[in-house]
Design a protein around this ligand. Sequence first.
Ligand SMILES: CC(C)(COP(=O)(O)OP(=O)(O)OC[C@H]1O[C@@H](n2cnc3c(N)ncnc32)[C@H](O)[C@@H]1OP(=O)(O)O)[C@@H](O)C(=O)NCCC(=O)NCCS
Length: 170
Amino acid sequence: MTINVRDAVEADLPAIVDIYNQSIPDGWSTADTQPIAVAERVEWFRKHNPQKRPLWAAEMDGQIVAWIGLTSFYGGRPAYDATAEVSLYVAAAYRGRGIGRELKKRMIAHCPALGVTTLLSMYFDHNGATRHLNEQLGFQPLGHLTEIAMVNGQKRGLMIGALRIPPLNG
Ligand SMILES: CC(C)(COP(=O)(O)OP(=O)(O)OC[C@H]1O[C@@H](n2cnc3c(N)ncnc32)[C@H](O)[C@@H]1OP(=O)(O)O)[C@@H](O)C(=O)NCCC(=O)NCCS
């Protein structure tokens, strides 16, 4: 498998949003229930930066097929500086080929250089793919907020998984 992973640029936003929107109908990935517009994600995009909160686009077959990004936790309050939340979305046609695992592994490996020592993964408790992938990569389930979302007419909960990552000079 050859994927080219690079920092996303704003021109990638339509592809990034399209991949995100592909996950909405399944009802197991995101709390959005309707497709979002590119304009709604511009502010989110601009909060990323390669030094601390990267957003990567993964290319294959000449197109963007997945993305992974880190965002600050709890509004970016300073005490949480070394904690980041990871988001990962693979285009529907490219899932199950190891792309998700490869991207998450690469981001984990990059965390010490970013100063991130706790990586959080928030996912619905019925998102079996993310649970499985997180278990493979060593995330521990730290919290389970039961029945806090209504998705496609069903009550769903939110899992909080965490991976502790040794600092560069720790
Ligand atoms: C979750 C997601 C990122 C995984 O990426 P992927 O490229 O499809 O996963 P991989 O091919 O790297 O598979 C990693 C492992 O998860 C397993 N897996 C993949 N899809 C699965 C599913 N639906 N249910 C259970 N396990 C699954 C794979 O079998 C593999 O485990 P294995 O090595 O034991 O066989 C991808 O399915 C996706 O984008 N889903 C929609 C968006 C989403 O849910 N993002 C997370 C939001 S919190």
